[in-house]
Design a binder for this molecule. Structure first.
Ligand SMILES: Cc1cc2nc3c(=O)[nH]c(=O)nc-3n(C[C@H](O)[C@H](O)[C@H](O)COP(=O)(O)OP(=O)(O)OC[C@H]3O[C@@H](n4cnc5c(N)ncnc54)[C@H](O)[C@@H]3O)c2cc1C
Length: 452
């Protein structure tokens, strides 16, 4: 059987690995526009800030390791047409410009996403740069060598991380955020404000409620950035505006949503029995709402890609959905989130409420300890946990993973309040801070719900 995979970043690689493992006789052909594979976009800020010396360190695979296993790695190939009826792919070799047509039995679309470039006048200015691919990361690094004052447009995870990276490399940074607070898709205002305060103490200027309306050149060849209220000049700008799925190759051939994502079943199969799709080109099932949602993340791409590979000849393992768990280390603070914010939960018509817990993660008699802050979002009607946000100088990312499972399993605040968690003074208090956060929620609800 011949399997073609279009796109070889996280979803494509994960699919290929599973096919090599479970269906060793398969002839696999991979098409990828770029020379490199597996670039982690988070490597960009790590490189800018000096945590990783070389961008190559943000690559976890290379084409040779797969060609040595018999995969036809068509690097620098651009697929320009798929004919789902004839099972053919037309691709251009970007080096020789030659066109090639190939036949497949099964196809995996792992074409991901591209930056959703906002329609801001002047956005095409070469001093306005993007931050998704390895090539773009290299450009950002090079441009920063001669830049002093840098504007970051977009205060989501990637904007905040880039701001940190550039400040660490000695730049002056202004961060423009359209909405009222940073990382608003994942954080409610309370913890978001703490991130804003932290960034401010590190010298970053934060402008919230500041929508950039135009970019233009100044007479001395700098970059002018306008918002409704302000005009400032910078040496360069980086925009971090979110992404859109790249699914046009299958337009009219498989079911797609209005947004352009490819509709899949839980096995990552599409409306065409021989075509699978995974990663940023598709949606996920978001368990807190039980709806489909577009949440482009590496963590989703590799799981979906692996499922597409496993299920390609035999639909055996379905996706269990996601809570969209995310995290970042910003200066010395771990910020980790899962499920819904209060704002998102209310928008989804839950009777949502938050409980805020703050306390030291382990006993005060230990040589050191530090504060953990937790915002727990729950449904007052069912008492189910809907989301959680944690921030601490202590490593709390794994607690977001625990909360993710709590949400996945539909546990209530009453159950989380007493859920089994280890105790050792090295790690926590006899009641872990997740138990304690749930106990705050229970107190707010005037005690435990009688369940007998
Ligand atoms: C700055 C930044 C930081 C991020 N940090 C994180 C993080 O910390 N954690 C996290 O979970 N997520 C993070 N993400 C999100 C993450 O990068 C994406 O979710 C992930 O890259 C999706 O992987 P993918 O394989 O589905 O698609 P993509 O990474 O978009 O890859 C698709 C591939 O398909 C190729 N392709 C597309 N069309 C064709 C064609 N016609 N012919 C040939 N090749 C084609 C492309 O060249 C590309 O290599 C970050 C994103 C950004 C921008």
């Amino acid at each position: 059987m011949k399997v073609a995979i279009i796109g070889c970043t996280h979803a494509g690689i994960a699919a290929m690995k599973q096919i090599l493992k479970y269906y060793p006789g398969t002839e696999i052909t991979v098409y990828e526009r770029h020379v490199d594979i597996s670039y982690m976009s988070c490597g960009t800020y790590l490189h800018l800030g000096g945590t990783i010396k070389d961008l190559d360190q943000a690559l976890y695979a290379n084409p040779t390791e797969f060609s040595e296993q018999g995969v036809h790695m068509r690097m620098r190939y651009d697929v320009i047409k798929v004919d789902a009826d004839k099972h053919t792919i037309m691709a251009q070799d970007l080096q020789t410009k030659e066109m090639h047509t190939d036949h497949y039995d099964k196809l995996i679309m792992a074409t991901g996403s591209i930056t959703a470039i906002p329609a801001i006048p002047g956005v095409e200015n070469p001093k306005v740069m993007l931050c998704k691919t390895c090539e773009q990361a290299q450009q950002l690094y090079e441009a920063a060598k001669t830049a002093h004052h840098i504007a970051i447009v977009g205060g989501g995870y990637s904007g905040v991380e880039l701001a940190e990276g550039y400040v660490k490399s000695g730049h002056t940074v202004t961060l423009f955020q359209r909405g009222p607070h940073l990382v608003n898709e994942y954080l409610d205002p309370q913890l978001s404000q703490r991130i804003e305060d932290l960034l401010t103490t590190k010298g970053i200027t934060i402008k919230t409620n500041a929508q950039v309306t135009a970019f233009s050149d100044t007479a001395d060849n700098r970059l002018r950035v306008d918002t409704a209220d302000t005009t400032e000049t910078f040496d360069m700008a980086v925009i971090c505006p979110g992404v859109v799925p790249q699914s046009e190759l299958l337009a009219g051939q498989v079911n797609r949503t209005e947004r352009g994502t490819i509709v899949t079943d839980r096995y990552m199969g599409t409306s065409n029995a021989d075509i699978f799709a995974a990663g940023d080109v598709t949606e996920v099932k978001f368990n807190p709402t039980k709806d489909r949602a577009y949440i482009p993340l590496v963590s989703h791409a590799i799981r979906q890609g692996a499922l597409a590979g496993i299920n390609i000849f035999d639909k055996r393992l379905g996706s269990i959905g996601t809570q969209a768990t995310t995290g970042m280390l910003i200066f010395d603070q771990t910020v980790a989130c899962t499920g819904m914010t209060l704002a998102a939960a209310k928008a989804a018509n839950f009777e949502a409420k938050t409980a805020f817990y703050e306390g030291n993660y382990r006993p005060d008699f230990m040589p050191t300890t530090t504060k953990v802050s937790i915002e727990l979002v729950y449904d007052q009607q069912t008492r189910k946990v809907l989301g959680g946000q944690l921030m601490s100088a202590h490593e709390v990312s794994q607690s977001a993973n625990t909360l993710s499972v709590v949400i996945q399993n539909g546990n209530t605040i009453d159950e989380l309040a007493f859920m089994d968690m280890l105790f050792s003074p090295n790690f926590d208090e006899p009641f872990n801070y997740l138990n304690l956060a749930a106990q705050v929620a229970v107190d707010q609800e005037h005690g435990y719900r009688r369940n007998n």
